[in-house]
Design a protein around this ligand. Structure first.
Ligand SMILES: Cc1cc2nc3c(=O)[nH]c(=O)nc-3n(C[C@H](O)[C@H](O)[C@H](O)COP(=O)(O)OP(=O)(O)OC[C@H]3O[C@@H](n4cnc5c(N)ncnc54)[C@H](O)[C@@H]3O)c2cc1C
Length: 325
C-alpha cells in the first residue's frame, strides 16, 4: 500500500495547487500509515524536487525526457502508470487543473482505478474509500465511494490547505521506457499570456459582467485587479460578445474557480455563473439592482453604479496599500 501524487510544474516551477495536492496525498498516506511518493516530469531544480518533502512527500521520482517539450497527456499517463506500478500505489492523487483533467481519466483507465474528479476535501472515510465532490452545478454535495483496488482522487485547486513541516524528500531518477508511438502531439505554435495572474491559481479575482456596458469600460476593472494583485474574470455573455477573452469566462460552461476573494461587478448571479464561483471563500457583489440574485450568494454587497463604486474602490485600495508600505 502506498500513495502516489503527480507534482505538476509549469515551466519548471511548482504551482500552489501542486503543494496542495502533495499535502493532500501526504495526509492520506499518514492516515493509512504508509508513504507518499511524488512524480515530477520535466526540468525542475533539485532543490525544488527535494523541497516537496516539506509538504509530506517522502520520495520523489524524477522523470526527464528530451522528447517531452509540452504536455502530452498520453505520455504523462504512461509515465504515471508505470510510476504507480513501481511503487505499488493503491491511492493516486492529481490536481484537478487543466493538466490534471487531461491526464486523470486516462490514468484511471490505465490503472483500472475508480476516480473522483473535482474532490473538495479529504476522504470522509478510508474504508470504504469515500470522497466528497460537488454536483448539480455546485448546488449539492455528493459522497462518492470507490470500490476498485486502486483509488484515484483529482483534488480541486484551493480546496485543501498547504501543509508544511516535513524534511527533504529523497529524489530518484525514474526512466520508464516510452515507445516512440506514444508521442503523438506536434506543437506548431505556443501562445502565452504573460505578466498576468493565472485565473485558476488566483487567490483574488475581480470579475465583471454585462453591467459594464462594453469592452471600453474594462480599464477600471483592470485597475482594481492590478491594485489588489488579482486575476480578471468575466461572465459568459461578455466572453461570447468578444468583450473579453474566452479564457476569462467562469461558470458552468467556463472555468470553475475557488479563490479567497471573488468580486463580481455588474453580474446578475445566474445559477450557471454561480456554478463556477460558489466555492469562493468570500464573495463581494457590486450591482446597481438591489434585487440582483447574486446578493443572495454574497458575503458583502454594494448596491450602486459600478462606474462610480469601482473607481472609488481602486483609490481606497491604493491608499490602503500606500499606508502599509
Ligand atoms: C446552458 C447554459 C450555460 C451557461 N453557462 C454560463 C457560464 O458558464 N457563465 C456565465 O456567466 N453564464 C452562463 N450562462 C448564462 C447565464 O444564464 C446568464 O445569462 C449570464 O451569466 C448573465 O451574464 P451577466 O450577469 O454578465 O449579464 P446580465 O444578466 O445582463 O446582468 C448584468 C447585471 O449588471 C447589473 N448592472 C447593470 N448596470 C450596472 C451598473 N452600472 N453598475 C452595476 N451593476 C450594473 C444589472 O443589474 C445586472 O444584474 C449559461 C446559460 C446557459 C443556458
Amino acid at each position: 500500500m502506498s500513495v502516489l501524487v503527480f507534482a505538476e510544474n509549469w515551466e519548471g516551477r511548482f504551482k500552489k495547487s501542486t503543494y496542495e495536492a502533495v499535502s493532500y496525498a501526504a495526509e492520506i498516506a499518514r492516515q493509512l500509515n504508509t508513504s507518499c511518493t511524488a512524480v515530477v516530469i520535466g526540468a525542475v531544480s533539485e532543490e525544488d524536487k527535494k523541497g516537496l518533502g516539506k509538504y509530506g512527500a517522502t520520495k520523489v521520482l524524477s522523470v526527464a525526457n528530451d522528447k517531452l517539450k509540452n504536455l502530452e497527456a498520453g505520455v504523462y499517463t504512461h509515465i504515471l502508470g508505470d510510476a504507480a506500478k513501481s511503487v505499488g500505489a493503491t491511492h493516486v492523487v492529481i490536481s484537478f487543473t487543466y493538466t490534471g483533467k487531461a491526464i486523470a481519466p486516462r490514468l484511471s483507465v490505465r490503472l483500472k482505478a475508480g476516480l473522483v474528479s473535482g474532490a473538495i476535501a479529504l476522504p470522509t472515510s478510508l474504508s470504504p474509500f469515500t470522497v466528497r465532490k460537488k454536483c448539480y452545478s455546485g448546488k449539492g454535495l455528493t459522497d462518492v465511494v470507490i470500490s476498485s483496488e486502486i483509488k484515484m482522487v483529482a483534488i480541486t485547486p484551493n480546496s485543501y490547505k498547504v501543509n508544511t513541516g516535513g524534511a527533504d524528500a529523497a529524489v530518484e531518477v525514474f526512466s520508464p521506457a516510452i515507445p516512440d508511438g506514444e508521442f503523438k502531439v506536434v506543437s506548431k505554435e505556443v501562445k502565452k499570456t504573460s505578466g498576468k495572474i493565472a485565473l485558476t491559481e488566483a487567490e483574488l479575482v475581480v470579475s465583471a459582467g454585462r453591467g459594464m456596458k462594453g469592452p471600453e469600460n474594462w480599464g477600471m476593472i483592470e485597475q482594481l485587479a492590478e491594485a489588489l494583485g488579482a486575476a480578471t474574470a468575466c461572465s459568459k455573455p461578455v466572453a461570447d460578445m468578444g468583450w473579453r477573452p474566452h479564457h476569462e469566462h467562469v461558470g458552468q460552461t467556463g472555468i470553475t474557480i475557488g479563490p479567497n476573494l471573488y468580486i463580481a461587478i455588474g453580474i446578475s448571479g445566474a445559477i450557471q455563473h454561480l456554478a463556477g464561483v460558489s466555492s469562493s471563500k468570500v464573495i463581494v457583489v457590486i450591482n446597481s439592482d438591489k434585487e440582483a440574485p447574486f446578493f443572495k450568494a454574497a458575503d458583502y454587497g454594494i448596491v450602486g453604479d459600478a462606474f462610480s463604486v469601482v473607481p472609488q474602490l481602486v483609490e481606497a485600495v491604493k491608499k490602503l496599500k500606500a499606508a502599509h508600505n
